[in-house]
Design a protein around this ligand. Structure first.
Ligand code: UDP
Ligand code: MN
Length: 333
């Protein structure tokens, strides 16, 4: 016991001093590298679609792979924390309770990371507390609820964010409140009917009606695909892969309207959605499997084949990209 305290105390003192001098130091893993917690989740109930739970598992595996490469933490919730905040509103109460983290990154269950090496440019957001995929003109001028996407957004762990979440969640309680706000949104937002409020239109409503309060600290990001709609992406992965100097791969492929878990709102051809998910998962997985010297036979199948014979010296891979995949800790900010 004495030996332990003798050895450990000086370190504890140093840590305590660092914490006193800089209360947020735990929130950064290195200068310019904030600690990030990815938060995602799905319903506590099993899926009604027969392949739904398997797809959710694979979509979660994809997020775990991405988080491992970037040294992010991940939390998967299957609880509805607030009985009133059901459906797409469940995400809001989850975005708190982690003092050690600088950013929380919400990811819908139906999105996949499809550029495993890309990391958000944290420096760019130094003056912002919320980063949402979107466009200034579509939000503030056109007042469109498609001006942003609420399936993937990054929020700083701070007082401002808790205030925003409070204001945002206030419009979510199911029943009369949600219906009342739906009607209000139809008057303010240019392209939305008076049906019940969703979290995405609620955020647009806050930005439009209280721009001074929330807009300043909100970064509408469109220089890379913090969210990317699957329909325009999933048939082009081979083409993107063939041309490394070409367009940037989408960071996120989001299966908006596809309902991997089941449900009745199938606004798209269900078979095309399923095929697209398979392809996105395999495209992303190939980037990981490459580390092991394998890749999928094609993006349409689960079968894999060897593309490198490096079993003799698995640590000799000199590919810079592979090195980055292997050693996220040592990557530059
Ligand atoms: N979600 C959840 N628990 C639920 C319902 C939804 O965690 O009970 C999450 C899930 O990650 C989902 C997101 O909330 O992707 C958005 O929900 P929605 O029903 O709108 O699905 P989507 O818009 O993704 O089709
Ligand atoms: Mn979604």
């Amino acid at each position: 016991f004495f030996m332990w305290t003798g050895l450990a105390l000086p370190r504890i003192r140093i840590e305590a001093k660092r914490l006193r001098d800089n209360p947020r130091f735990l929130a950064f893993v290195a200068p310019g590298r904030p600690r990030v917690l990815v938060v995602t989740g799905s319903s506590p109930r099993r899926c009604s679609a027969p392949d739904g739970d398997h797809l959710l598992l694979r979509a979660f595996k994809n997020k775990v792979d991405y988080c491992r490469v970037h040294d992010f933490d991940i939390y998967y919730s299957t609880a509805v924390l607030d009985a009133e905040l059901t459906g797409f509103w469940t995400k809001l109460p989850l975005l708190r309770a982690h003092p050690e983290t600088e950013f929380l990154w919400w990811m819908d269950s139906d999105l996949m990371l499809t550029d495993m090496l890309f990391e958000p440019p944290w420096d760019r957001y130094a003056d912002n507390n919320l980063v949402v995929p979107g466009w200034d003109d579509k939000v503030y001028a056109a007042r469109s609820w498609f001006g942003i996407n609420a399936g993937s957004f990054i929020i700083r762990n701070c007082r401002w964010s808790l205030d925003l979440l409070d204001a945002w969640a206030r419009m979510g309680p199911r029943g009369p409140v949600r219906e009342m706000y739906g009607k209000l949104f139809a008057e303010t937002i240019s392209d939305r009917g008076p049906y019940e409020a969703c979290d995405q239109s609620a955020l647009v409503y806050l930005l439009v009606t209280e721009r001074g309060r929330w807009g300043d600290k909100t970064f509408l990001e469109n220089s890379y695909s913090l969210h990317g709609n699957w329909a325009g992406i999933v048939d082009r992965y081979e083409e993107m892969r063939r041309d490394p100097g070409g367009e940037r791969w989408p960071l996120v492929t989001h299966f908006v309207g596809c309902k991997p878990c089941g449900g009745d709102d199938s606004s798209y051809d269900a078979a095309r959605c399923r095929r697209g998910m398979e392809r996105a998962l395999n495209f992303a997985d190939d980037q990981i499997l490459n580390l092991y010297g394998f890749e999928h036979d094609s993006l349409n199948t689960t079968a894999v084949r060897r593309v490198r014979n490096d079993t003799g010296g698995p640590l000799d891979a000199d590919d810079v990209e592979l090195g980055r995949l292997l050693h996220p800790m040592f990557r530059a900010a």
